[in-house]
Design a protein around this ligand. Structure first.
Ligand code: KG4
Ligand code: ZN
Length: 352
């Protein structure tokens, strides 16, 4: 069974092809990130225009890399939410058209759930992919940490799951990006923060861990605490504009702020993961989303859980089409959620 997945929820135009729900045949991604960087965040109009230009070449490249043609494809899966509406529309319109043209079953996929399903990819013949040794087993605790989402989900089986908690304000990646902007590190800032943090003291500033009930998260207070600490360091009060901070801070101060922020942001997630682990006794723990690349997160998780999590290849952690094809494969296999191409609509605020 071969499924083609299309993902256009944000700034990546991505198409992946997956066989039998676990073998990665191709994973093509065209990103418009460079066009957004100078604006300090994703500009929806630019993202949509880039998707229009990139979608057909990305589909072609994905088919070529997988060395297959349309007759080999059993089903098409596409992200229909959550995401930017203009971006989602391009993927969904393309998928509907292809499903009708080639007479293939069509599946609408939830983006966040797709991130989790990337963990079921265990085989590939592609070069430069590090695949996990084995399939995750149920019950499975999934940690989603990306620029748009932060949540914990426990799965008893493929489609029987419970969302334990979500972020009440910023996503963790968004907090990394906002702090990076404050420190003048550019966009997206996750990698820049973690690189700079290597030279800093992560205990120097006593930043607060948000006390939120249950398994929910909050990162906006932490972000403000970094701002206040930075203003105090240069002898200014809360009225000093964040945009001018970076020129007044010394490099060593930026490194200490980055390290202290990263430590607490990661601790916020890891504390809740530990609580969930003790309460739900999962047989496997998986992680998804761009922040999964963060080394401090990997270190703290291993310390707290006492075993090593099998981390996904980063190319499968960030937004990609293969994760959508993987979830589509299980939907197709279980006969779940096939949609009439004339009726599929985008859902920008879709929840799990
Ligand atoms: O999953 P993703 O590619 O896109 C979304 O669906 O949001 O995640 C992107 C996010 C950005 O906020 C980026 O700054 C963050 O992941 N990120 C990192 C690292 N690499 C990417 N955050 C912390 N440490 C990293 N090494
Ligand atoms: Zn994502």
């Amino acid at each position: 069974m071969i499924v083609l997945g299309i993902e256009t929820s944000c700034d990546e135009t991505a198409v992946g092809i997956v066989e039998d729900g676990n073998r990665l045949l191709s994973n093509s991604v065209a990103s418009s990130m460079d066009l957004h960087a100078k604006y300090g965040g994703v500009v929806p109009e630019i993202a949509s225009r880039s998707h229009i230009e990139a979608i057909i070449p990305t589909i072609k490249s994905s088919l070529e890399i997988a060395k297959i043609s349309w007759k080999d494809i059993d089903a098409i899966a596409v992200t229909y939410g959550a995401g930017l509406s203009g971006s989602l529309l391009i993927g969904v319109m393309t998928a509907k058209t292809l499903a009708k043209t080639f007479n293939k079953p069509l599946y609408g996929v939830n983006h966040v759930m797709g991130h989790i399903y990337a963990n079921f990819l265990t085989k590939t013949n592609l070069d430069n992919y590090q695949m996990p040794r084995e399939n995750p087993t149920f019950p499975m605790l999934a940690i989603i940490v990306s620029g748009g989402h932060t949540q914990l989900v426990v799965f008893n089986s493929f489609f029987d799951y419970q969302v334990l908690g979500i972020t009440l304000d910023d996503a963790i990646g968004e907090a990394f990006d906002k702090v990076a902007k404050m420190l003048g590190l550019g966009y997206p800032g996750g990698v820049a923060i973690s690189d700079l943090a290597l030279n800093g003291n992560d205990k120097l500033y006593n930043l607060p861990i948000a006390k939120v009930n249950g398994f929910n998260f909050s990162f906006s207070g932490l972000k403000t605490a970094v701002l206040r600490q930075a203003q105090a360091l240069i002898g200014e009060d809360y009225t000093f504009p964040s945009i001018k901070l970076s020129e007044r801070l010394k490099m060593s101060q930026k490194a200490d702020l980055a390290a202290s922020f990263q430590y607490v942001a990661v601790r916020t997630v890891v504390d809740k993961v530990k609580k969930a682990y003790l309460e739900y006794h999962p047989k496997s723990v998986v992680i998804a989303g761009g922040v999964a690349a963060n080394q401090e997160l990997r270190k703290q998780l291993q310390e707290v859980l006492g075993f090593e999590i099998e981390f996904l290849d980063i190319k499968l952690c960030t937004d990609n089409g293969a994760m959508i094809a993987t979830l589509g494969s299980y939907m197709h296999k279980e006969g779940r959620g096939q949609v009439n191409p004339d009726l599929l609509q985008i859902e920008p605020n879709l929840k799990m």
